[in-house]
Write a protein that binds this ligand. Structure first.
Ligand SMILES: O=C(O)CCC(=O)C(=O)O
Ligand SMILES: [Fe+2]
Length: 277
């Protein structure tokens, strides 16, 4: 990216809360990842760590052969036989191609990856923000990078973002909600109220139909949802990366630590560290 493109990306991200990058990764690298997933993960008969932090066998959506239980943090390690995939994912999420583009958006020097999810089919989510999983103190400076591992078309089950100024925050109080109860309860209540408010405004949502090598970044406070795929529950390979600028204190939407605690991360190169708990 030249300096003008970087400035445009930064302004766009600040005003609209997301940025699509084209041709960031080599098509061959992305294709190789997809092939490893199809040949090694989908037929894998052992246990792997899944979303929800349980180990489990592959579960398949009936009649499509697509895997329904997505992999959490596959970059930290995978069972024997799948190490090459784990290493390749780690290379991708600590690549200069990713680091340089994140830096174009916020001018930071170093990033810590907190979580990855390898999606094997569309999770079909309601409108929500990712700040509840990871965010900085103050809120709004962490990013989600969403990297498709295959070409996306209108029936793939694509995430869509509602353009959202980066400094715009709707708290529980703003939505008229109490700040009490278990986190899961507060999360549900918040996302439902946010969804009602945002959709009630009749927003225009952006549905980027990206090709292999492209990716999108949205901010922790940018509302987004995932469309259903057709046929429903077909293969849809994508990697989601939650990342923060390393120098920022972090927590999540409701846990906002006022100061640093121990940061369990490992520096991988000059642009990236990996959080490892
Ligand atoms: O893979 C997707 O479609 C995005 C899912 C999502 O937004 C999330 O897991 O927070
Ligand atoms: Fe999300």
């Amino acid at each position: 990216m030249n300096i003008l493109q970087r400035m445009q990306a930064r302004r766009h991200y600040r005003n609209r809360g997301y940025q699509v990058f084209r041709g960031a990764f080599s098509t061959d690298e992305i294709e190789a990842l997809a092939m490893m997933i199809r040949k090694q993960v989908v037929p894998y008969s052992g246990l792997i760590l899944r979303m929800g932090d349980d180990v489990d066998f592959n579960k398949f959506h009936p009649s499509t052969g697509a895997v329904s239980n997505h992999l959490i943090n596959p970059h930290r390690g995978l069972p024997s036989g799948l190490e090459a995939l784990s290493n390749a994912l780690r290379r991708l999420i600590t690549s200069r191609a990713l680091g340089d583009r994140l830096q174009a958006l916020d001018g930071e020097e170093h990033y810590t990856v907190h979580q990855t999810i390898l999606f094997l089919s569309s999770p079909t989510t309601e409108l929500h923000i990712d700040s509840w999983s990871l965010d900085t103190t103050p809120l709004g400076f962490s990013h989600t990078a969403w990297i498709p591992l295959q070409d996306m078309d209108p029936w793939s089950g694509v995430p869509s973002v509602v353009p959202w100024p980066r400094d715009s925050l709707l708290t529980e109080q703003d939505l008229g909600l109490p700040c009490i109860g278990a986190t899961a309860e507060r999360y549900e209540r918040y996302q439902q109220a946010l969804s009602a408010k945002v959709l009630g405004g009749g927003p225009e949502a952006i549905t980027p139909l990206m090709r292999r090598g492209d990716f999108i970044v949205w901010s922790s406070l940018t509302p987004h949802f995932t469309l259903a795929s057709r046929p429903s529950r077909a293969e849809r390979l994508a990697l989601q990366v939650l990342v923060r600028p390393t120098r920022r204190i972090w927590g999540n939407f409701i846990a906002q630590p006022p100061k640093w605690t121990i940061d369990r991360s490992l520096k991988v190169n000059d642009q990236f560290s990996l959080y490892f708990v």
